[in-house]
Design a protein around this ligand. Structure first.
Ligand code: TRP
Length: 372
């Protein structure tokens, strides 16, 4: 079997979440923690209930502070190098829920520097993607009064003086082992993690008040924040807390993550209803049996079926409805074609709304970009 690799710049192989929890040193989200969150939020987001957001760092501390009246801000981001897919939207729609229920500020970083450094694309291409990606972020529906876009190369006057303070505390060997870099990588990438650390404490500087930070992100970003957490106390700031999700599977099954550089593995935010139908029907890995007869007799496997996983991750919020689909597919009552059809309808309804908001996002762009 292919050895799994998981870091911000590469995800491949079978992802074993138990192993990640051990190796990364993150904590599983327990039912007790969920109950504590629910005290404040009244309801739990399906991605929490279903443990799709499955791990965290320091959530207990964050809630202690919150209960003492020390409110936190949210920080997440986007590396602009191509179109937005459902895996990005998974994290951002959850982040919007957090913003709404905790009524907090969100600092949203666009790492155009990072993507320029890692991808074989010109700076201009990256800028174009960044503009497109911003429309998707706005379409999620974040509160414009409480959301601040930070663009690494445009807000360099704010970011750079802080990034060098972080960089001074990180050695090349720490970066090499955390990110799988070697002597032939370009030197920009070696520095980059200090840039991604900055939004975790920049608001504390701007407001001149040490403020707790919660970072919702997919688990592959954890190496950045492991380093960030080591260093911020040395600079006089809180360690950021984080809440981490597993990857929405690529169309082809449970290996790696959805990625827009491999279009056949991903459903994009701008895909038409026909395109979604085509992709699901043609590529979505199925847990069904080879023939209808066999499927009816032996039933399918919803746990490996990608369409079912999409319903579970994002598109069927009703627990009872989801359980029925699970049971019916497992018993053979529901056929693969029918399950795919259900999923196509749900994704298209979601994308129709997202795309409508995306069209109106252009006029709002200016409100979101941070002005110092
Ligand atoms: N590096 C991330 C990416 O490639 C973008 C990012 C920047 C980010 N800051 C973040 C993601 C904070 C999650 C949380 O997509």
């Amino acid at each position: 079997m292919q050895k799994a690799v998981i870091n911000p710049w590469e995800v491949k192989g079978e992802v074993d979440y138990n192993k990640i929890v051990k190796e990364f040193g993150v904590e599983r989200i327990s039912d007790k923690l969920l109950a504590r969150i629910k005290k404040h939020t009244k309801t739990l987001h399906p991605m929490l209930k279903r443990k799709i957001f499955f791990a965290h760092r320091d959530m207990k501390w964050l809630l202690d502070e919150y209960e003492k009246g020390n409110k936190f801000f949210l920080y997440t981001g986007c590396g602009p190098s191509g179109p937005i897919h459902l895996g990005h939207l998974q994290v951002w729609y959850f982040t919007k829920w957090l913003q709404d229920v905790f009524d907090c500020e969100l600092w949203f970083q666009f790492t155009d520097d990072e993507k320029f450094l890692i991808k074989n694309k010109s700076f201009e291409e990256i800028q174009e993607w960044m503009y497109e990606n911003m429309l998707d972020v706005i379409a999620v529906g974040f509160n414009p009064k409480k959301t601040h876009f930070l663009i690494d190369t445009k807000h360099a006057d704010l970011i750079y003086p802080q990034a060098i303070k972080v960089a001074k505390k990180i050695t090349f060997s720490m970066v090499k082992s955390s990110f799988g870099l070697n002597d032939s990588n370009n030197i920009g990438l070696i520095f980059f993690t200090s840039v991604q650390a900055v939004p975790a404490f920049l608001p504390s500087i701007i407001k001149n008040k040490k403020t707790p930070c919660l970072i919702p992100h997919a688990i592959d970003q954890d190496p950045h924040f492991r380093l960030t957490r080591d260093i911020l106390p040395k600079l006089g700031y809180y360690k950021p807390a984080s809440i981490q999700c597993s990857f929405l599977p690529p169309l082809t099954g449970n290996q790696g993550k959805m990625s827009s550089s491999q279009a056949i593995k991903a459903i994009l935010s701008t895909d038409s209803p026909e395109k979604v139908k085509q992709k699901i029907n043609k590529y979505a890995f199925s847990g069904g049996k080879a023939t209808i007869d066999e499927h009816r007799k032996k039933g399918g496997d919803p746990d490996v079926d990608v369409s079912f996983q999409y319903l579970k991750y994002m598109f069927e919020e009703n627990d009872q409805a989801l359980q029925e689909i699970y049971n019916d597919y497992k018993s053979g009552k529901l056929l693969t074609g029918e399950l795919k059809q259900l999923t196509i309808i749900k994704i298209n309804e979601f994308l129709r709304q997202h795309q409508e908001k995306r069209k109106k996002a252009k006029q709002q762009l200016d409100k979101f970009i941070y002005k110092n």
